[in-house]
Design a protein around this ligand. Structure first.
Ligand code: 26Q
Length: 830
């Protein structure tokens, strides 16, 4: 039970802060003038931003403490969301929105002659993630706080987040993202909860005082983990949850040894090596196999977090009897899977539990979410590296595997092939630890992130595990938070919706269905269209500023933003753009629908073909935009540095959302959901959550094309892209433009790898196979857009049908079927 607070009033007992304009204004001025020491000559908006952020943070902090007191008091079950990535974006606007003081704060700023938009723009995105998986974690935290669930996020406080992308001469150039340079008002350092994390050394056996055989991990190199807490406010409910991010720091002991040996420089270098662990986010959104520093990051997160959880538990409980009933660890992909072995180690080596008890606890508390079907993206670590870096963990993994394989051989006697297929250790020249298998074996729940994806996990990637443990497997279709992705990103539409159906939709998104009844009303449609036009103007302004390309808001805005990957098929999109250009050049423009095509996204720095695709988009954009023949018909732009804050503008101003991955390859997608919520129509394949989006929207409000997953697999063995190209005149002409260097006149050969991948190399992602259908359906899109009234109706129906894709629904399912937490209302602030 909780420790009793002292009876005398304590230092931290403060009267509650008001949310009204006067009190906010006073604090804002105090931070500006006193805390930051600025004066009337200071014009930098950065200090205005920081002052406002601190004033808001104070108001979060008191709710934060109350929430934690309420959780401690309840002493109920908690969930820990473990993730190497949390792609939070900006926090100022989110804090205002969730505190319910967006208008008040804007008014306060206005009274000082300041524009809120300008101030909010000063905040650097917290880009501690690559893409979908990291942003999903951020949306989940928002929903957990809004649902008042005791869920805490654990992650890494990278000094450098996702790189900043510049486009120079059409090529991607990466710049380090030193997001903390100007300070971060949203974090609170908690040095009192620092943990020690061990690396290297060896396993040592010894006898304790009672003569029992014990194990310890000796001669290690230690690194300190210092937590920084970030407040996660719920939507207007006084709950504030915690995201705890760990920073690596050198231990003093470590330095002293070297000091005494008289080598100061070596001591400082060693300090550096320790602190390198949390220096930078790996910018690869498929696994970057075999990098030792990455494994260090993963174990660092796992160990610091697990020690921290055990510390909190033992503060109020004497033993581990009820631990499994009170904890769940949700693993965001395999990245934090070291926690499985780390929990075993801590329970056995540090807390004297035997294997059976430790395993009972571990296997009742772990739950694993898979985010990819691409076999090449499954994480594997060389056993040799594991042994050097984490010898005690490797012992434990071997033991888990031995016991697991015994279970398999009891179920399938003498099936040696199966044992080696299912083994956590992949044998061969260089043996590897298969992290996904470790996660499955240790977890009571394994889920995919969309219905198709979860089904494919069961039928292909993890089929034999599904045979063994069918009940572990389940689906949790992704979602996104409607607060950031509708209320905040699209205030005009949000206002129109609220004016029409009330504001209940913000926390109960299914209520958007009520819009259906209004979709037939001409006046409502007209207002819906006006809002879209205003949003398109804002998006056009972004494109003008960042790409120097002018987008006419009367054109169809056709947008694909996501990481650049072959499987996501930005190439298919470009081939379509080239085809439209080709049509213009040959005068085939009768009944043309003018179109602005926007593509954005980052390529992993080591992914050469993805970088070439960016260069191709840039060059095609240049050729198209500088040709006078296209002026009223087609515009193309590549948007540099696609990130969370850019998406907030993009999703509101998009007409057509491109979700064109090869069927069976995109686990879910979440950008597709943001676009739908904001009234974009989707052109998409039967992949990931697109299938469920189409189910909800209705076939007639979704532009479907392409091979299905089954068709892809049936076709693959005798697929011949060159024959497809030869047989399709439009595609042939497009390929000829590429082959003849039409888009690289003075840069010979640079697009050969793209031509080759589509031809000689067999077109693995089936771009040529889906081209014809894609172009035809794009033609239907163009025709549909010309009937603006009907397009608007379809747009309304898409928003109306998007209720399922709230992350609130997703989290309610996680809670009902995996976590089993009680919601705990926060103590109200007076
Ligand atoms: C692993 C090891 C070493 C280095 C990097 C990585 C790594 C990092 C990030 C591997 C994968 C990722 C990110 C994956 C990701 O974002 N997947 C997406 O997850 C979304 C949320 O579930 C889905 O909607 C997308 O379909 C899926 O692609």
């Amino acid at each position: 039970m909780m420790k009793k607070p002292p009876a005398t009033p304590i230092l931290a007992d403060l009267p509650p802060l008001s949310l009204d304009a006067d009190s906010l204004a006073l604090d804002f001025r105090r931070y500006f003038g006193h805390t930051l020491g600025r004066d009337k000559y200071c014009t930098s908006p950065h200090y205005l931003y920081t002052s406002l952020a601190l004033a808001l943070r104070d108001r979060l902090v008191e709710r934060w403490k109350n929430t934690q007191y309420a959780y401690d008091e309840a002493d109920g079950k908690r969930t820990y969301y473990l993730s190497l990535e949390f792609l939070m974006g900006r926090s100022l606007s989110n804090a205002m929105l969730n505190l319910g003081i967006t208008d008040t704060a804007a008014q306060v700023m206005q009274n000082f002659g300041l524009a809120m938009e300008e101030i909010a723009e000063k905040e650097h995105d917290a880009g501690l993630g690559n893409g979908g998986l990291g942003r999903l974690a951020a949306c989940f935290l928002d929903s957990c706080a809004t649902l008042q669930l005791p869920v805490m996020g654990y992650g890494i406080r990278y000094d450098y987040g996702m790189f900043r992308q510049l486009i120079e001469d059409g090529y991607q150039v990466e710049e380090p993202d030193h997001w903390l340079r100007d300070g971060n008002p949203w974090e609170l350092e908690r040095p009192e909860f620092t943990q020690r994390v061990q690396f290297g050394g060896r396993t040592e056996y010894y006898q304790d005082n009672h003569g029992r055989l014990c194990v310890r991990w000796a001669d290690t190199h230690n690194v300190m983990a210092v937590p920084f807490d970030v407040p996660v406010p719920g939507y207007r409910n006084d709950t504030v949850n915690t995201l705890r991010l760990w920073k690596a720091a050198a231990t003093d002991e470590f330095n002293l040894d070297e000091f005494n040996a008289g080598s100061y420089a070596d001591a400082v270098a060693a300090k550096n090596a320790a602190e390198h662990i949390t220096m930078v986010l790996y910018p690869n959104d498929a696994s970057e196999n075999g990098k030792e520093l990455r494994l260090r990051q993963q174990y660092f997160l796992a160990s610091a977090s697990m020690q921290d959880v055990l510390r909190q538990w033992l503060r109020n409980h004497g033993n581990f009897d009820r631990f499994a009933d009170k904890h769940c660890f949700q693993l965001n992909d395999t990245h934090p899977t070291c926690v499985v072995a780390e929990l075993m180690r801590l329970l056995m080596d540090e807390h004297d539990l035997d294997w059976e008890r430790a395993w009972a606890i571990t296997s009742r508390t772990m739950a694993y979410t898979n985010h990819t079907l691409l076999p090449e993206a499954l994480e594997k670590w060389p056993v040799r590296m594991f042994r050097t870096l984490l010898p005690r963990l490797l012992d434990i993994i071997f033991e888990i595997n031995a016991r697991f394989l015994t279970e398999v051989s009891r179920r399938w006697p003498n099936d040696h092939e199966r044992l080696s297929r299912m083994s956590i250790i992949e044998e061969g020249g260089e043996p590897h630890v298969r992290m996904a298998y470790l996660a499955i074996v240790a977890s009571f729940s394994v889920n995919g992130v969309a219905e198709l994806h979860s089904r494919l996990l069961q039928q292909s990637l993890f089929r034999e595990f599904y045979e063994l443990w069918p009940r572990k497997f389940n689906n949790k279709t992704n979602g996104v938070t409607p607060r950031r992705w509708l209320s905040w990103s699209n205030p005009r539409l949000a206002k129109l919706i609220t004016g029409t159906i009330g504001d209940g939709w913000t926390t109960d998104l299914k209520q958007l269905q009520k819009l259906t009844a209004h979709a037939g009303k001409p006046e409502f449609r007209a207002r819906w269209r006006e809002v879209k036009q205003e949003n398109k103007l804002l998006l056009a302004a972004l494109v003008e500023a960042d790409c120097a390309v002018s987008f006419d808001p009367d054109f169809l805005f056709d947008v694909q933003v996501k990481r650049i990957h072959e499987y996501k098929r930005q190439l298919l999109n470009v081939l379509h753009v080239i085809h439209l250009y080709d049509r213009i050049k040959r005068g085939d423009t009768a009944e043309w629908t003018p179109r602005c095509v926007l593509i954005g996204g980052k390529a992993a720095p080591g992914y050469a073909l993805a970088k070439t695709i960016i260069k191709l988009i840039s060059n095609v954009a240049h050729v198209v935009n500088s040709d006078p023949a296209t002026a009223d018909l087609l515009r193309v732009a590549f948007l540099p540095d696609y990130r969370v804050s850019a998406m907030e503008v993009i999703c509101a101003g998009t007409d057509l959302s491109e979700q064109v991955s090869t069927a069976g390859k995109e686990a879910s997608g979440t950008g597709n959901m943001k676009f739908m919520m904001n009234g974009a129509l989707t052109i998409g394949t039967l992949d990931g959550a697109n299938i469920e989006i189409r189910e909800e929207a209705g076939d007639e409000n979704f532009f479907l094309f392409g091979l299905t997953t089954e068709e892809v697999e049936v076709l693959r063995p005798d697929y011949n892209p060159e024959a497809v190209i030869a047989a399709d005149e439009d595609l042939y002409r497009v390929m000829e433009l590429l082959r003849r260097g039409h888009f690289n006149r003075f840069e010979p050969g640079i697009f050969d790898p793209i031509v080759d991948t589509l031809t000689q190399h067999g077109d693995y992602w089936m771009v040529a196979a889906d081209f014809r259908h894609y172009v035809d359906v794009q033609q239907q899109v163009a025709r549909a857009y010309r009937d603006q009234d009907n397009w608007t109706r379809m747009s309304i129906l898409n928003t109306a049908a998007s209720g399922k894709f709230s992350s609130d629904r997703t989290i309610q399912e996680y809670n009902a079927e995996i976590w089993g937490l009680q919601a705990i209302p926060a103590l109200k602030i007076a």
